[in-house]
Design a protein around this ligand. Structure first.
Ligand SMILES: [Zn+2]
Length: 195
């Protein structure tokens, strides 16, 4: 099949001929021809440059099992990057689920995960308390509907533990268990309130 494509470089001779016939004004005709010639030269330069440009090699297909996708969109935003950094600074680069870290298990890739998935809870995308640290294996194993909070409960401050121990010491040895437990709990709460 023949393609009748317009030539990229115009036929200068044809333009010159048509002007010689239709225009009595030779100066204007010459100017038009020269301007078309300049355009033609520019077009040729562009065509040559494009031909010389090295072709980009095709990207190999990488499955998510091997390498996680490069950050794009939300995950490339400065707001997310800053919050992600804050989460790593606060929790450390250690998987809340399996405990692996790049230090103890070289090659571990750490993700900052949305506990309540972003797809279902977009409003919690930039909420610090909705973030936990997961290794890539745990995160890829997590289904998009899972919202398990794998973070450890916050540590009880030492003064509160001391207050609870002190409450137990002050009670007679035969005090019923429930009374001891309640006294320890109240002493702990009191210490926490005073902090
Ligand atoms: Zn893990």
């Amino acid at each position: 099949m023949k393609h009748n494509r317009a030539p990229l470089v115009p036929d200068i001779a044809a333009i010159r001929r048509s002007y010689a016939i239709t225009s009595g004004d030779t100066t204007r005709a010459r100017e038009r021809v020269e301007s078309v010639e300049r355009m033609a030269a520019q077009a040729k330069k562009l065509v040559d440059r494009a031909a010389k440009r090295p072709k980009k090699p095709r990207q190999p297909v990488i499955t998510p099992e091997i390498v996680s996708a490069p950050p794009s969109g939300f995950y490339a935003s400065p707001e997310w990057r800053e919050l992600r950094y804050q989460a790593l600074k606060h929790y450390g680069a250690r998987c809340h689920c399996c405990g692996r870290s790049p230090r103890t298990h070289p090659g571990t890739v750490i993700h900052v995960d949305h506990i309540k998935p972003r797809a279902i809870h977009p409003r919690l995308a930039l909420t610090f308390s909705n973030l936990q640290i997961l290794c890539e294996a745990c995160n890829l194993g997590k289904s998009y509907q899972d919202s398990t909070d794998w973070r450890r409960p916050p540590a009880i401050p030492q003064p509160a533990i001391e207050a609870a121990r002190e409450a137990r010491r002050t009670l007679p040895a035969d005090t019923p268990f429930e009374t001891v437990a309640t006294a320890m709990f109240l002493a702990m709460l009191d210490a926490l309130r005073r902090q």
